[in-house]
Design a protein around this ligand. Structure first.
Ligand SMILES: Cc1ncc(CN)c(N)n1
Length: 215
């Protein structure tokens, strides 16, 4: 069992990676309100996601596993959330507004699903649930770079982050770690891991759709 197997057997992976939100982002045609809605909801998502990473430390058996969780927490607090705060400033959304934004149903569903998987499951199960988040944006960044960028895209700074060498390296490191972990899964565990992965991928699709629908 490895990440690639989970990805290839996931019925909604392509819907996630090629979602209309991503296409409009790539062509620069995404309505500004959709991007602002996404930014606010993703900030809220990342706060909960950091709590999931903290649970990964709690569920770890070895120091090496704990350090991966620790690096994940640092990456969230110092890089991704920091970047979103900068974007919010650029897109005229005060921090107070971001923090006081009510969570959308799609945000609640996805974050609480991850937290439940993290609290009730093993470390392997936790990583099966967060693998779409860990690796999906890396794949999107790589794809958008490969297809070529359009000129004067207001969303280019967001694309640049996920297409960057730095982010691609983090994605590759995550994939290697996850594969090491999944290699220890027994055949009996595999359906559960696939189910966790599939559900989280569906939640990613809902998350993009929430931003398009402003729901
Ligand atoms: C919903 C979601 N999924 C994934 C990522 C990339 N860490 C994100 N920022 N937001």
């Amino acid at each position: 069992m490895d990440f690639q197997t989970l990805r290839d057997n996931c019925p909604t992976w392509q819907d996630y990676i090629h979602h209309e939100f991503v296409n409009q982002l790539a062509t620069g045609t995404l309505p500004k309100q959709s991007f602002q809605h996404y930014l606010k909801q993703d900030y809220l998502y990342l706060i909960h996601y950091t709590r999931v990473m903290a649970l990964s430390v709690y569920k770890s058996d070895t120091l090496a596993q704990m350090r991966v969780g620790q690096a994940g927490i640092n990456a969230m607090l110092d890089l991704e959330i920091g970047m979103y705060l900068e974007f919010c400033e650029q897109w005229d959304i005060p921090l107070e507004e971001v923090e006081n934004t009510p969570e959308s149903p799609a945000t609640i569903a996805y974050t609480r699903y991850l937290l439940d998987a993290a609290m009730s499951g093993s470390l392997i199960e936790l990583y099966a649930a967060i693998a779409p988040c860990l690796m999906g944006y890396g794949e999107i960044g790589q794809r958008l770079k490969a297809q070529g960028f359009v000129d004067n895209n207001p969303y280019q700074p967001w694309i640049d982050v996920f297409a960057s060498e730095e982010f691609q390296q983090v994605t590759a490191q995550n994939e290697a770690f996850v594969n090491e972990l999944f290699a220890g899964a027994s055949p009996a565990q595999q359906p559960k891991l696939q189910k966790l992965f599939n559900t989280a991928s569906r939640m990613e699709v809902n998350f993009w759709q929430m931003a398009l629908d402003l729901s």
